[in-house]
Design a protein around this ligand. Structure first.
Ligand SMILES: [Zn+2]
Length: 191
């Protein structure tokens, strides 16, 4: 009897603990349906439902030029609207790992799709640093959309059922294992 009571109390405590600490601490396990829908839309409109997703062709389809070059210390990527030639330009740090460059490209594309008008108005360059310590909504949304573009919810959910190995999935989607882990957590496929 006491044992059962204790088990019950433990369960109760654990569920409260999860509710207040684990859920609260993690925006990780939350699916942003608006962003998922937008990512899906972008992939459909750009005929990009092939793995790994071809970000360069999405950029080209939208008249965005992508350059890989040496950027100032600590900068991973940048996006700007160049008024003189009427085109958007994305810069990527050429010495970072290819999966990192790919995520940065997805992040800059996300800025384009989310804030095109704002970028058009302001002529300044938007820089993204290597260790993003920011906690602002625009950057978090750009990161979310980047993950959703690279690892489409439906495609990933189907492939996860076939093979749940993070390293295999990361290779299939051409992303880093840490990006894959975060995405699987967001989608609630792993805890
Ligand atoms: Zn950014």
């Amino acid at each position: 009897m006491i044992k059962e009571m204790l088990a019950y109390l433990y369960k109760l405590w654990y569920s409260l603990f999860r509710k207040f600490f684990i859920k609260e601490g993690g925006n990780m396990s939350k699916i942003n349906y608006k962003m998922e829908e937008l990512a899906n839309d972008i992939l459909v409109k750009n005929d990009a439902f092939k793995l790994p997703v071809d970000l360069i062709s999405i950029a080209n389809n939208n008249d965005i030029d992508v350059y890989k070059q040496k950027l100032p210390d600590g900068i991973s990527g940048a996006i700007r609207y160049n008024k003189d030639i009427n085109r958007f330009q994305i810069l990527l740090e050429k010495d970072e790992s290819l999966t990192r460059q790919r995520f940065t490209l997805a992040h800059e594309l996300a800025h384009f799709f989310l804030e095109r008008e704002k970028l058009l108005m302001q002529e300044e360059v938007h820089f993204d640093t290597k260790f993003r310590r920011y906690h602002n909504d625009e950057e978090n949304e750009a990161d979310y959309l980047a993950g959703a573009l690279l690892m489409d919810k439906k495609m990933l959910s189907i492939l996860y059922r076939i093979n749940s190995s993070i390293s295999v999935l990361a290779k299939t989607f051409n992303v880093s294992e840490s990006s894959m882990t975060v995405r699987l957590m967001i989608l609630g496929l792993i805890k």
